[in-house]
Design a protein. Sequence first.
Length: 143
Amino acid sequence: MNQPPSSRYRNYCRGLIGVVGVGLMLATVAVFLPVSQMAIIHRWLGLGDFPDAPITIYLARSTSLLYALHGVVMFYVAWHFDRCQMLVPLLGFLHVVLGIAMLGVDLNAGMPLYWTAGEGLPIALTGGAILWLNRRSSPASNR
């Protein structure tokens, strides 16, 4: 069964948003991770000793929770794509901005190259892909 190109791009856009949402929801695990496990992962990532301080633990858990909640929003938009269509360009744009901002944060914080390359750029590219797919899914773009 052949779909019109706009329908195919719509499904790709919806799928990308849903996959990103599910991936972000996995951060829920880190909200409940014991501090000893955080320290092991921190060391394994080559980031040195984990600073076992209340603010560090708070920031690790609250950031993970925000990632997870953002994932729920993304998954909701994917699941209710037609109803939430007006949010899709905003989500794409915000991911581009977030990716660029995270690149700056990572560089300023002195994060390892693998971290810097694996965070900001993929977030920005995902946002760009959402914008591109959403634009291609518009019936007007297929004239």
